[in-house]
Design a protein around this ligand. Structure first.
Ligand code: HEC
Ligand code: HEC
Length: 239
């Protein structure tokens, strides 16, 4: 217990230091004007998403044909497209709002989602988020992005982070790869490895910049490409 607590403290201290870098100007992270997202997770906002109707979400999924790309039951049809099964409703909702508000707009394939999100009401978004949250997380797969040795090497990053690079442990926020903290941290377990790699690279080069406080931009910028591949492999193959 104490050990875990210490780890969390170290993680929080590490994250505080990260925020410090952001203030001082982290040259690895591209600046963007305006807030990274218009979402504020206050109580009314949390209650609104919590009230999403999965039955209506199911009908919308059929009508809007989300399943043609994200797959039946949320396991994506293409390897570099995201699976959204079992995802925390808050995160799915935030992504749809960010696409609608053109906060997640500069990546290669985001325009597909921007166009769709602009046709949705906030109630539609909450309902569809509740529908996808009702599925289990995607099943484990065996992609071939990294060797066994490379995967072994990134294990300490999950639980301890790396103080020298001011990297907080992944599990500080993404508990065991599942949904994590109560607000906006996504589940990453079972995510398509190719999409995982792509989105981490997009945080790293700043084309994805809808993460509040630039948390994932700072973290990705401190990781090597080999580490990103190994992390993508790890989360895809774990169960
Ligand atoms: C034509 C294919 C297509 C359709 C139809 C589609 N999506 Fe997407 N979706 C994508 C792609 C590709 C991405 C990744 C885009 C990017 O790089 O930002 C994505 C991203 C997302 C994300 C972000 C996932 C994450 O892990 O960050 C969510 C949530 C999402 N879509 C929900 C939906 C919903 C709900 C619908 C139906 C209303 C839908 N999508 C319809 C292709 C599609
Ligand atoms: C300080 C908390 C925190 C830590 C530590 C953290 N993450 Fe994240 N992560 C987040 C948040 C919050 C988001 C959602 C950001 C957004 O809105 O785009 C996220 C998003 C992601 C995504 C995108 C998921 C998707 O479906 O598009 C991936 C992949 C990811 N994190 C991997 C990692 C890995 C790997 C580590 C460890 C090296 C890590 N994260 C450490 C908070 C964290």
């Amino acid at each position: 217990m104490m050990k875990l607590f210490n780890k969390i403290l170290i993680g929080v201290a590490g994250f505080g230091a990260l925020a410090g870098i952001a203030l001082a100007g982290d040259e690895r992270v591209k600046e963007h004007t305006g807030p990274s997202s218009n979402i504020a997770w206050d109580v009314p906002q949390l209650l609104f998403v919590l009230g999403g109707d999965p039955e209506r979400g199911k009908e919308l999924n059929t009508k809007m044909m989300c399943y043609t790309c994200h797959g039946k039951e949320g396991v994506s049809a293409a390897r570099n497209w995201p699976s959204i099964a079992g995802q925390k409703a808050n995160y799915t909702y935030k992504m749809l709002i960010d696409y609608r508000d053109e906060k997640r707009v500069d990546t290669e394939t985001s325009s597909l989602m921007v166009k769709l999100a602009k046709t949705m009401s906030e109630q539609d978004m909450a309902d569809i988020a509740a529908y996808y949250a009702s599925f289990p997380l995607p099943p484990a797969t065996r992609p071939k992005l990294a060797s066994k040795e490379a995967v072994q090497k990134i294990i300490p990053l999950l639980t301890d982070g790396d103080g020298k690079r001011m990297l907080p442990p992944c599990f500080l926020c993404h508990e065991s790869g599942r949904s994590g903290d109560g607000r906006d941290t996504p589940a990453i377990l079972g995510q398509r490895a190719e999409y995982f790699r792509k989105t981490m690279q997009e945080y790293k080069n700043g084309s994805r910049h809808n993460d509040i406080y630039a948390r994932m931009r700072h973290i990705s910028a401190a990781l090597s490409n080999e580490e990103i591949d190994a992390l993508a492999q790890y989360f895809a193959q774990m169960k």
